[in-house]
Design a protein around this ligand. Structure first.
Ligand SMILES: [Ca+2]
Ligand SMILES: [Ca+2]
Ligand SMILES: [Ca+2]
Length: 467
């Protein structure tokens, strides 16, 4: 996270404090660094200066490792597995943005292009100056820290960043799942409940604290409280973010880890943080498919913090049960709950249109039709009675349309049967898929045997969202 060798980042300092120090590790592991103030001749902000740092490292400038080429080693991106890493320069590059300064500097121009093309599951950004810190540096007042927060956090959050690693403050500071806070830590109203996408610890296993820290959780009323050695913090469960659909503004974790070489003091009570420590250690990043876990590891093996982010399901910003992708495609609002309304004249709510794969702006709510022998849905629509003949006679069944991404979209379809229209029983059989059209499938369920068949069998279908 920058400042790899003190004080001015000279070749000699790097040799002694970095290359000699970690020779065994460097034989096995590539290094991806970001420019710190000590790498820049102890504080230079000259964007044209060729610090020794740039001769010691060779960073991609033309997208050689994935992403959009930046044309400079000051900032760059690369892909590793299903992760897209973005390195920004908070020390010596122009941090202007359209929103704050009227026009984008080259770094903002490049970042927007790079973010727009990402298909990787994970986006992890890193740079030197933390946007949220009350460690050995104060993000309320230090200009570079303020600028990264006000100018670049919005771009990254709009682009769907999941995790940001930072240095500069010689402390460990780890935020909750946060979105949209660009002010001072002491401003009113400060970080709102809506900005805390998840105020819990994001841990799936819990952890045991050490001394020299501050923690903010339900047990202490979310007021930063001194940690004690040996306190067991129970898990609150992983931070959940959508796996598919638009990825913007579902929250990110900001993790300052400037304490690998030295731990300084500091208030470490920034309201963005779940837990902070003035202790030496390192952060281990472990990504396995749709799950990402960070663990704070100390030299003796203690692990006084961890958190997990899990990607699952379809993006549904307003939680109305209809995916963002569907709402955008059909002109509905992804920010307001419009599940119960219906813009067309087929009598189906927007939510049922979504569930049956229909169009909420077109009268298309007739009964479904399918070419069963060909296995093709020929017309999407409402559930319908259906029968098929077999060697044992005639099977009376019902058919209905189910989205193929139902599990991802959080949809549950519940066929129910009744003999008297009063008492309804959920069907317990697994529906049979009889046709599909790529996006949806028609499934059939046989009528259950009734004690008094002459009463007839009535059918209805419930559709529920787990969002
Ligand atoms: Ca929605
Ligand atoms: Ca909506
Ligand atoms: Ca419709």
């Amino acid at each position: 996270m920058g400042d790899n060798a003190y004080t001015s980042g000279t070749d000699a300092e790097y040799q002694t404090g970095y290359f000699n120090m970690y020779a065994n590790i460097f034989r096995k592991m590539p290094q991806w660094s970001t420019l710190g103030n000590h790498d820049a001749n102890n504080g230079s902000t000259n964007p044209l200066a060729n610090f020794p740092y740039f001769d010691m490292f060779t960073f991609p400038t033309a997208g050689e490792c994935g992403g959009v080429g930046s044309g400079t080693e000051h900032y760059y991106s690369f892909d590793y597995g299903n992760i897209h890493f973005i390195c920004l320069d908070s020390q010596a590059s122009d941090t202007s943005t359209i929103e704050t300064n009227g026009s984008d500097g080259p770094m903002a121009v490049w970042l927007r292009q790079d973010l727009a093309g990402i298909t990787a599951t994970w986006i992890i950004a890193f740079w030197h100056h933390p946007p949220y810190s009350k460690g050995s540096h104060n993000s309320d007042t230090e200009p570079q820290m303020v600028r990264m927060r006000t100018n670049f956090n919005p771009i990254l959050e709009n682009g769907g960043v999941d995790l940001v690693f930072l240095g500069h403050s010689h402390n460990y500071e780890r935020s909750v799942l946060l979105d949209g806070f660009y002010g001072r830590s002491d401003q009113v109203p400060g970080i709102t409940a809506a900005m805390r996408k998840n105020a819990g610890n994001g841990s799936t296993s819990g952890f045991t604290t050490t001394a020299n820290g501050k923690i903010r959780n339900a047990a202490n009323g979310f007021i930063a409280t001194d940690t004690t050695a040996g306190t067991v913090i129970p898990p609150d469960g992983a931070y959940i973010k959508p796996l598919t659909g638009p990825r913007d503004r579902f929250g990110a974790v900001y993790n300052t880890a400037g304490m690998s070489g030295l731990a300084d003091s500091g208030m470490i009570d920034h309201p963005a943080m779940y837990v902070s420590y003035n202790n030496v250690g390192t952060v281990n990043l472990d990504v396995n498919g749709n799950s990402l876990t960070c663990t704070f590891v100390q030299s003796g093996g203690a692990t006084p913090d961890n958190f997990t982010i899990t990607k699952q399901g379809a993006a549904d910003t307003d939680g109305d049960g209809m995916s963002d992708a569907y709402e955008i495609a059909h002109g509905l609002s992804r920010y307001t709950n419009d599940a119960a309304s219906g813009a067309d004249t087929d009598g189906l709510s927007n939510f049922l249109e979504f569930a049956f794969g229909l169009n909420p702006t077109v009268n298309d709510g007739g009964f479904l039709e399918a070419d069963v022998s060909g296995g093709i849905v020929t017309k999407r629509g409402r559930p319908s009675p259906w029968y098929q003949t077999s060697t044992s006679g005639t099977d009376f069944r019902v058919v209905y349309i189910r989205r193929k991404d139902a599990a991802e979209a959080g949809l549950v379809y519940i066929p129910q049967f009744s003999g008297d229209l009063v008492n309804w029983a959920d069907s317990t059989v697994t529906p049979t898929v009889i046709a599909e059209d790529g996006e949806v499938e028609a499934v059939s369920v046989e009528y259950p045997l009734f004690p008094t068949p002459q009463d007839g069998g009535f059918f209805r279908l419930g559709v529920r969202s787990t969002h």
